[in-house]
Design a protein around this ligand. Structure first.
Ligand code: 5GP
Length: 119
């Protein structure tokens, strides 16, 4: 069980944005943008790679609703799903980070020496 399951169960408080029977959106405790929301399935799925198309399809509709609720459908947003070791995923429960509320930068690499390795 991860910390996100405890949030789903209400054992740990969270600043909820929106929820339905299957998904929950809440503010990240350590925001990296003016708006930084985590969107998770209530079902335990460890990461994006383990998720099936039905779940991701339903989650997409939920994410669209969260974006509308926050006005980000108009201003724009970034969606990130860290997956596994190299991504720095800390919580082994599928989640999308929704970032917005300001112009976002595009830095990703800890070390950019590998940038050209696949070209
Ligand atoms: P990851 O690195 O796994 O993609 O992202 C995990 C995110 O969960 C981090 O951005 C971190 O700030 C957030 N987080 C970790 N613990 C809690 C918590 O107890 N409450 C909330 N709201 N966010 C959390």
């Amino acid at each position: 069980m991860t910390i996100f399951t405890k949030i789903i169960n209400g054992e740990i408080p969270s600043n909820k944005v929106f929820e339905n029977d299957n998904f929950l959106a809440f503010h990240d405790i350590n925001p990296k943008a003016p708006i930084h929301i985590l969107i998770i399935p209530k079902k335990e799925v460890k990461d994006f790679q383990s998720a099936d198309a039905k779940l991701i399809g339903e989650m997409t509709l939920f994410i669209h609703e969260v974006a509308k609720l926050m006005g980000l459908d108009k201003s724009g947003y970034r969606l990130i799903a860290n997956n596994g070791k190299d991504s720095g995923q800390e919580v082994a429960h599928l989640h999308f980070h929704m970032l917005g509320g300001s112009k976002l930068a595009w830095p990703h690499l800890v070390d950019d020496t590998d940038t050209k390795k696949f070209f």
